[in-house]
Design a protein around this ligand. Sequence first.
Ligand code: ADP
Ligand code: MG
Length: 477
Amino acid sequence: MTQHDAWEIVIGLEVHAQLKTDSKIFSRESTAFGAEPNQHVNEVCAGLPGVLPVLNKRAVELAMRAGFALGCDVHRDSRFDRKNYFYPDLPKGYQISQLFHPICTGGAVTYVLDGEERTCRLTRIHMEEDAGKSTHRGDASLVDLNRAGIPLIEIVSEPELRSPAEAAAYLKALRNLLRALNVCDGNMEQGSFRCDANVSVRRPGEPLGTRAELKNINSFRFIQRAIEYEANRQIDLIESGGAVVQETRLYNSDTGRTASMRSKEEAHDYRYFPDPDLPPLRIDEAWYNATRDSLPELPHQRRQRYQRDLGLSLYDADNLTAAPPLSDYFEAVLALFSENPKNTANWILNTLLAHTPNPDAEPPPIPPQHLADLLRLIHAGDLNHQLARQVFDLMLTTHRDPTTIIDAEGLRPVRDTAGLEALIHTIIDENPAQVAQYREGKDKLFSFFMGQLMKKTQGKADANLARDTMTRLLKGE
Ligand code: ADP
Ligand code: MG
């Protein structure tokens, strides 16, 4: 046991998710990604004097959707506040956010860790606008306001996560859920899904320790490394007689270390006050109910259904529901062929996934109909395992459906008993020593004989018929 095992890591996450709207949260300006700097900036984004914000209805609906899906209390009344600070990429001098009356409180994220389902509770979800982006080049600082006014929700967890791996599992599940809901595209490189990690350490049973906040880490791998590094830094500091100070730290992915950026601000440093330009947000009952009732089946609900109704393992069910393209693919195949879903899951996870370059973003390269056809042929006994693999490989390369391939290549199983009997007799004549051993009880040799038969039939022997005939003839019947 290392000394670090005597410590518990405590993590709370703040996720900023960009809402999938066409226009910004308080104006009609476009949210399109990838434009030249400052191409998507109007008077409101630039914070010119005299302009007034108008709240984007779609952004509210998406925030509600996220809240309902996460089991939050979604409030029909909420408000917007000004968070005041000075920075060149914030032209108004304040960010519009929700401090005192957020749109959602409570709720939880459900995820799988170490073979079991867990949850981490949420404190709140609030809506806010993004700031612009500063780039520093030598003495100059360049400001791009394309992101200014992009609608965000911030999802704040309770400090209930206990390891870097658990933080990653939470984040993956949350990102998957928001994508399945069509609330956020989850693109981490483009900054649509970003995370700040609050990290502290304590000896088990002690009250919470002082936390450091790690800013804007943009990959699952980095988040784990950053938390790991930071927890070890704090433990070493405390064990050598020091104390953790509450501060904001930046993770450097090149060095794998975190470094102090600034001391942590408290809410009063931001001089929050209700934004006088925006009336309180009031969601009418019909809209509220309609949004709540329009949720699709959620990834964790799907996972639970696969375990309960289809008999899949937690592991397989979790893998099949880990990303919307794969999850929707499995659903599409099931809708076309519902027999033996375990076998369908195996084919997808063990065979097809290896040929899917980016399952997080794209569905597998075979149309659901073709895979369903293949599975039906296997189920009906029209293809043995070897033949099915041959057909599958040709489906990948030719993009044709299995029946066309079977017809074109003559890949039908040999089901002619007399033909198989003749071949088996030849095998028995060719291998007298093995036959004698088998008949004395060396059962393992059975697969040797089957192997010989498959060789002679180029893998086309109908598996059941071949097994029965082989057993019969080896017994000398
Ligand atoms: P702020 O917005 O100023 O960062 P919050 O009180 O909203 O402050 O907390 C932000 C996050 O910090 C939450 O996710 C919470 O779970 C987490 N957190 C609070 N205290 C601790 C702690 N002692 N250790 C780890 N995380 C913590
Ligand atoms: Mg924070």
